[in-house]
Write a protein that binds this ligand. Structure first.
Ligand code: M6R
Length: 582
């Protein structure tokens, strides 16, 4: 995972880089590191475990700087220590590197370098990079060219997939391989990072590097020069106008998770003419018998499952494949529409197999992130338009993805969605108010429970999966979600006195499953449009958009449980928002 950032500028304030680094924490927040360099002065490096504190941000913002590189880390190779935080540097402290990705053969390289007397400070794979640059660098006085030629030699030694920025004196070299790097320019400044939205907000024009491309940029008293290379041949990139996105970092709620749950009132912004035309296209393709594969990870996978069930109602079969298992299917999927659901558009488990699959299939990406890697892979795209999702626990992106399934369903039925949507909007605030009281009681009763189960049948099955993921992710309570019919095949053995079970939907079979649980001592929390006396706690949800209203209950349950346990739901331990490693 990890985020990388760099800036070269005549403007001496490093604040854009520091704020950008804070923004990139969604890509990892185990540790941070940043280097500031004013021409003619020594470098200032700050790195530490945990995220960049407001105090340190404030302290660093008082320095002057023309060249900056920064990194926010999600640990893969080497534990969460200050030594393992980026940037890493060469023994002579001339080459500094921040990297996102994995160098697979780093142990061999490290051992060769050690045999030549190089001393390592960290356990990371990244640290081989500054030492390799130092080893191969030949100073001919033309810094940009010398750095470029060195990189060519360094690449020959490396295996793996990684993007990085190396800084040497007044110059940076950026290399992109799989993990994204976007580059923005405006007067007297070059700004680059892993997030193209952030780049656009900080530039007039932007360009997203393709795999294998290299940027070399340097600053002097009078000038900033930048050159782009593909296969080491210079080219002129096609810059696009930057589109500034609304900065919705303003948050009057105690947590982003809470804010984003409330943001779900707005589903209407998904209804754009571009999205509707993509949905019509998908409907026609399915009506014409095109093969359909659905793939996604985590919460987005649950949304894919919702689509799978919606389509079953129309007699349309889809194959649904977990992103992390998709690589097993690359040889057997062809001539299909592959619907890819991803909030971030950067999930590595999807990107790797889709690089192969996109040659022989049509890619249809449903994402919240325009210009993301998966958006750029797509033949067709649906943008969720739900605003930036900051909390690691995905909430509003899930509802938006489910709403896309509803749009497809209404389209397949030839029905209008507007009245139902208006009902949803009108009901939203009152509904949340009503269910909060019940959920407070549920949390008080179960906050110390070791386990919690979620069951649903048919179209409610994916929501049981999502409810359990949300709860374990933010409260650390062990939770499992499954199809109600599976209980008797094993899990019923875990139901004893007082075990909480959340029951979704109201078909006869799920009520029977609920009764089986109750008989064995389980405590039932019903979430449904139809009340039943078997439930110990009950949250009534409207029939219209029952699944989205039900989702909100599950999200609020997880949020309230985290609050009751004194946990920060926005940044659960060990997780990151965007999962950019396989
Ligand atoms: O950005 P994506 O939708 O591709 O992310 C997929 C999962 O990593 C993500 O949904 C994850 O499971 C969330 N933390 C769940 O809340």
């Amino acid at each position: 995972m990890c985020g990388i950032i760099a800036r070269i500028s005549k403007d001496l304030s490093p604040i854009k880089t520091l704020k950008g680094l804070k923004f990139l924490e969604y890509r990892g927040y185990d540790s941070y590191g940043v280097l500031l360099h004013k021409l003619g002065s020594d470098e200032v490096v700050s790195k530490n475990i945990s995220e960049l504190s407001e105090f340190e941000l404030d302290r660093l913002s008082k320095f002057e700087s023309n060249v900056e590189i920064g990194h926010t880390r999600w640990a893969t190779h080497g534990g969460v220590t200050k030594e393992n935080a980026h940037p890493h540097w060469s023994c002579d402290k001339k080459f500094y590197v921040v990297m996102n990705g994995i160098i697979e053969n780093y142990l061999d390289i490290k051992s060769d370098l050690k045999n030549c007397g190089v001393e390592f400070n960290s356990e990371t794979d990244t640290e081989v990079l500054p030492h390799l640059f130092s080893k191969y660098f030949k100073d001919t006085g033309n810094v940009e060219n010398d750095l470029l030629l060195t990189s060519k030699r360094v690449f020959e030694d490396l295996k793996g997939e990684f993007s990085f920025v190396v800084k040497y004196e007044n110059c940076i070299l950026a290399y992109k391989n799989i993990n994204p790097i976007a580059i923005g320019v405006c007067d007297d400044e070059l700004f680059l990072c892993s997030d193209s939205g952030l780049v656009q907000n900080n530039s007039d024009k932007f360009y997203v590097l393709n795999d294998g491309e290299v940027l070399v940029s340097s600053i002097s008293e009078n000038n900033i020069s930048s050159h782009f290379y593909c296969d080491f041949k210079e080219f002129s990139p096609e810059f696009k106008e930057s589109v500034k996105s609304e900065c919705d970092d303003e948050n009057s709620f105690p947590t982003y998770m809470e804010k984003e749950i409330y943001d779900q009132k707005n589903l209407r912004s998904i209804i754009t003419s571009e999205n509707l035309s993509s949905i019509k296209y998908l409907k026609n393709a399915l009506r014409n018998g095109r093969k359909l594969v659905l793939t996604a990870a985590g919460t987005s996978y649950h949304a894919a499952y919702v689509m799978h069930y919606e389509l079953l109602k129309h007699g349309i079969m889809s194959s649904i494949i977990l992103a992390s298992e998709l690589q097993n299917y690359t040889k057997v999927i062809s001539d299909s529409i592959i619907v890819v659901l991803s909030q971030s558009g950067e999930t590595a488990d999807l990107i790797y197999p889709l690089r192969e699959l996109r040659d022989s299939n049509e890619i249809f990406t449903i994402t919240n992130t325009a210009n993301s890697t998966l958006a750029r892979f797509a033949n067709r795209i649906i943008l969720l338009n739900c605003g930036r999702e900051v909390s690691v626990a995905s909430t509003k992106a899930f509802s938006a993805q489910v709403f896309v399934s509803h749009l497809l369903n209404y389209e397949l039925c030839g029905k209008e969605i507007n009245d139902d949507l208006t009902f949803y909007e009108n009901e939203f605030d009152r509904f949340i108010g009503n269910c909060l009281n019940i959920l407070d009681d549920v949390c008080e009763k179960f906050y110390s429970a070791p386990d919690c189960f979620f069951i649903g049948r048919n179209e409610f099955h994916p929501f049981a999966l999502e409810g359990s993921l949300k709860l374990k992710e933010v409260s650390y309570i062990h939770a499992e979600g499954f199809a109600g019919g599976e209980l008797k095949h094993g899990t019923l053995a875990l139901i004893t006195d007082g075990v909480p079970v959340v029951v979704l939907g109201n078909c006869d079979e799920i009520v029977s499953n609920a009764i089986e649980i109750k008989t064995r001592g389980g405590v039932l929390i019903g979430v449904s449009s139809v009340e039943n006396e078997v439930y110990d706690y009950f949250v009534k949800v409207p029939e219209v958009f029952e699944d989205i209203f039900g989702t909100i209950v599950l999200q609020l349950l997880a949020l309230k449980m985290a609050e009751r346990l004194g946990l920060n739901p926005d940044k659960p331990r060990n997780l990151a928002k965007s999962v950019t490693v396989k």
